[in-house]
Ligand binder design. Structure first.
Ligand SMILES: Nc1ncnc2c1ncn2[C@@H]1O[C@H](COP(=O)(O)OP(=O)(O)OP(=O)(O)O)[C@@H](O)[C@H]1O
Length: 417
């Protein structure tokens, strides 16, 4: 039997052996990245179940050899009007430690889904991958401002009221809808749409990520039976173990995300599945002050019957969304044709990066995590310019019709790289 001093010595020896091993692993990763043209920093910007994500830098040689990387980073430099940061995010997956199913099923899905959808400005760009027998490396576009959950919480704290304002929510939701429409039209359902999988970059642009559960939707209207995603965002038909349509399930998640954006809460919070379904049947409730149009859009997405939900075209042309379409239209008219797509959207969030080191499991909305300065200014989260003036009442009907057509047409093509 060990006495107290003996067991604490054993623990500290174990701890230092673990640290040594971690250090050794990290040095191997640094070497493997350098061999592939990237300088890995020690700054961990996130972690998942089997992955760690680090800030890294692309070397000039690598940029010369990878056209995707070169053109994207060149565009970013241009948009930021700054000397080249050449920053990327490298997601390192320890395939030796992860379950076989993860390495053989979910990781390949993530890579193929990103390769199928990367052209959209609001989908995180996978520059390249490399691997060995121990690890897989995904070199990703850096979205340095944290995720939507952090953003909502930071704005709520700053403004002392829960949620983003409807204007800010609309600008972000527009980008999300556009990204999801692009995925669906590329035959990909995300299956895990939630605030934690929506990142923001230095310019405040939304970047959809984490396609680990994503899959080919295959035939239109084909029904799936696998459970994917996070319960709070999961469609009722999945919770009820019914066969379901992946695209319609994504629509439900969009409704939950929009609700979270405007109210700072999740609509159907209950740990008991039957209670949760009961709440879903009753539909969401809103705090006073939420506009009737916004409520209508959320209710249209959070329909219990999947086929009764608004589709993406209907979402894009919903009256609550029209100001976003109008702003996009004005931006398109006023921007010079030679500018890269990103530079058409002004950088309006400030440039401080929130610290996001190794973290405990994600809390749902309401639980606060410490934030460093920088993501707190709601008014600064605008992504597209405000519409210059209201549509004159007399002509509102035809102007809105035009905008609706434009909104519908711009889904999926409005933000291609
Ligand atoms: N391109 C990126 N830019 C900046 N941060 C990122 C990027 N990709 C991932 N992260 C950070 O790393 C975290 C983990 O990444 P991701 O969700 O892709 O990993 P995962 O292994 O799929 O996670 P999970 O196990 O939660 O599904 C994210 O929550 C985010 O904070």
């Amino acid at each position: 039997m060990q006495d107290g001093a003996g067991s604490s010595k054993m623990f500290s020896e174990k701890g230092s052996a673990r640290r040594k091993l971690d250090q050794q692993n990290f040095m191997e990763q640094v070497r493997e990245c350098r061999d592939n043209g990237y300088l890995l920093s020690s700054r961990k910007i996130g972690s998942g179940a089997f992955s760690k994500v680090y800030l890294a830098y692309a070397t000039h040689e690598r940029m010369q050899h990878n056209p995707k990387l070169a053109s994207d980073l060149r565009g970013k430099r241009h948009a930021m009007g700054q000397p080249p940061p050449l920053r990327v995010a490298i997601k390192i997956i320890s395939t030796a430690e992860a379950p076989v199913e993860f390495s053989q099923k979910f990781l390949p899905r993530e890579i193929s889904s990103l390769n199928a959808t990367y052209k959209h400005l609001n989908v995180v760009l996978l520059y390249e991958t490399y691997q060995n027998s121990q690890r897989s490396y995904l070199v990703l576009e850096l979205a340095a401002r944290g995720d939507l959950l952090e953003h909502i919480n930071a704005v709520s704290d700053h403004c002392c009221r829960p949620g983003l304002g409807e204007e800010a929510a609309r600008r972000l939701f527009w980008q999300l809808v556009s990204a999801v429409a692009h995925c669906h039209s590329s035959g990909i359902v995300h299956w895990d749409l939630k605030c934690e999988n929506i990142l923001l970059d230095d310019q405040g642009l939304l970047k959809l990520t984490d396609f680990g559960f994503a899959n080919r939707s295959g035939l239109k209207n084909s029904l799936l039976s696998t459970f994917c995603g996070s319960v709070a965002y999961t469609a009722p038909e999945i919770l009820m173990s019914k066969k379901y349509n992946g695209e319609q399930a994504d629509l439900w998640s969009l409704g939950i995300i929009l609700y979270a954006m405007v109210t700072g809460k999740l609509p159907f919070k209950d740990h008991q599945p039957h209670r949760r379904l009961h709440l879903m049947r009753h539909g969401p409730t809103f705090r006073p002050g939420t506009s009737p149009e916004c409520q209508d859009l959320i209710r249209g997405l959070l329909q219990l019957r999947p086929c009764a939900r608004l589709d993406l075209q209907q979402v894009a042309t919903h009256c609550w969304m029209l100001p976003a379409a109008q702003a996009l239209f004005c931006t398109m008219l006023s921007s010079a044709p030679e500018k890269p797509a990103e530079s058409q959207l002004p950088a309006t969030l400030d440039h401080t990066e929130p610290g996001r080191d190794s973290e405990p499991p994600r809390p749902l909305l309401k639980l606060r995590r410490p934030q460093q300065g920088g993501t707190h200014r709601e008014s600064a989260s605008g992504l597209v310019p405000e519409p210059p003036e209201a549509i004159p009442r007399r002509r509102a009907g035809s102007a809105q019709l035009g905008l609706r057509n434009m909104a519908a047409a711009s889904l999926g093509v409005g933000a291609s790289r």
